[in-house]
Design a protein around this ligand. Structure first.
Ligand code: UTP
Length: 289
C-alpha cells in the first residue's frame, strides 16, 4: 500500500574517506554487508514503508550504483539455464522499481546533496535515508516516522542516545519530551562535548517537508566546511515544528569501520547459511583473546 510519503532521497555522493582506499574508485554505498550492498538495504527499507519513488544522489565514481539497480539480462539467462532459481529471484526482485539519478557535481555536504533533489521532490514531504546508517530490517522505523508525520504534518527526525564523548560526530538536538516523541527546540552540528545541548544524536532517517529547500538554498558552509542539513533544520525551526523519535531497534553506523564490522557479524549470525560457521569461528577466536 502506498504511504502518505511517496518519495525517498538516498544521498550517495559523499567521498567515503573513512573507507579509503576501498572508496577510491567505487562507492561506499556499494560495500556489502554479507552479500547485499548498503544502498540495497536502504531501498528495501523504503519499500517496506510503502515508498515507491526513488532518487539517488550520485557523484563521481558512482556508476556501479546505477548498474546494480539495472536489470542484468545475461546474468539472468545464465542463472535460469543453470537452475539457480533462488539467486535469480534475489537479483530480479527490484527490477520493477524505478530509480531517478541526480548528480551532485561536487561533494559540498549532505545539505547540498539533498538540495540537489529539489526538482524531483517538488512541493511534497519526502523521506531521506542515509545508506550508511543500517537499521535492523525487522524494526519499522520509517513507518513509525511516517505515522508521526501524518499526525503532525511536520518534519520528523530519528534520534539515538550516544556517549557524551561521541557527540562531536553527530548533529545533536535539544528538545522537550512529549510521550514517546521530542519536540525539537534546537539543533547543532558536531558540537564539542562541553557545548552539546544533550547526547541525543540525529541519525540517518528523516521525513522532511518541502520548506527544507528554502532553508537549504541560503545555507553557508558549516561544520567541516560542508553545507549541513542540521543547519538548515535549525533555520526551519523559526517557521515550522520539528519532532524527533528515539529509535528502538538496533542501528549500525556502517560508515565507520567498527560499525561496519559489527553489522557484518550480526547479519552473518542471522543468516541461516552462515550462522553456525560464524558463531563457531567467533567462539574459537574469543578463546585466543
Ligand atoms: P558522511 O558524513 O558519511 O560522509 O555522509 P561521506 O563522504 O559519505 O564519508 P566520510 O565521512 O568521508 O567517510 C553521510 C551521507 O551523505 C552523503 C554520503 O554519501 C552519505 O550517504 N553525502 C555526503 C552526499 O551525498 N554528498 C555530500 O557532499 C556529502
Amino acid at each position: 500500500m502506498q504511504s502518505v510519503i511517496k518519495k525517498v532521497v538516498l544521498p550517495a555522493a559523499g567521498l567515503g574517506t573513512r573507507f579509503l582506499p576501498a572508496t577510491k574508485a567505487s562507492p561506499k554505498e556499494m560495500l556489502p554487508i554479507v552479500d547485499k550492498p548498503l544502498i540495497q538495504y536502504a531501498v528495501e527499507e523504503a519499500i517496506s514503508a510503502g515508498i515507491d519513488e526513488f532518487v539517488i544522489i550520485t557523484g563521481k565514481n558512482k556508476r556501479t550504483i546505477e548498474d546494480h539497480f539495472d536489470s542484468a539480462y545475461r546474468l539472468e539467462e545464465k542463472l535460469k539455464s543453470s537452475g539457480k532459481q533462488k539467486l535469480l529471484e534475489e537479483i530480479n526482485k527490484l527490477n520493477d522499481v524505478h530509480f531517478a539519478y541526480i548528480r551532485q557535481k561536487s561533494a559540498l555536504g549532505l545539505g547540498h546533496a539533498i538540495y540537489c533533489a529539489k526538482p524531483f521532490v517538488g512541493k511534497e514531504p519526502f523521506a531521506v535515508i542515509l545508506s550508511d546508517d543500517i537499521i535492523d530490517p525487522q524494526y519499522p522505523l520509517l513507518a513509525e516516522m511516517i505515522n508521526i508525520h501524518k499526525k503532525t504534518k511536520a518534519t520528523v527526525i530519528a534520534l539515538q542516545e550516544v556517549p557524551k564523548e561521541e557527540v562531536n560526530r553527530y548533529g545533536i538536538i535539544k528538545g522537550i519530551k512529549k510521550g514517546d516523541i521530542y519536540k525539537i527546540t534546537d539543533l547543532v552540528e558536531k558540537p564539542k562535548p562541553q557545548l552539546a545541548p544533550s547526547n541525543l544524536a540525529i541519525i540517518g532517517r528523516y521525513i522532511l517537508t518541502p520548506s527544507i529547500f528554502d532553508a537549504l538554498e541560503i545555507q553557508k558552509p558549516g561544520a567541516g566546511g560542508e553545507i549541513q542539513l542540521t543547519d538548515a533544520l535549525r533555520d526551519l525551526l523559526n517557521k515550522e515544528e520539528i519532532f524527533g523519535v528515539i529509535i528502538k531497534g538496533q542501528r549500525y553506523d556502517a560508515g565507520d569501520k567498527l560499525g561496519f564490522i559489527k553489522a557484518t557479524i550480526d547479519f552473518a549470525l542471522k543468516n541461516p547459511e552462515l550462522s553456525e560457521g560464524v558463531s563457531q569461528y567467533i567462539k574459537e577466536k574469543a578463546k585466543e583473546l
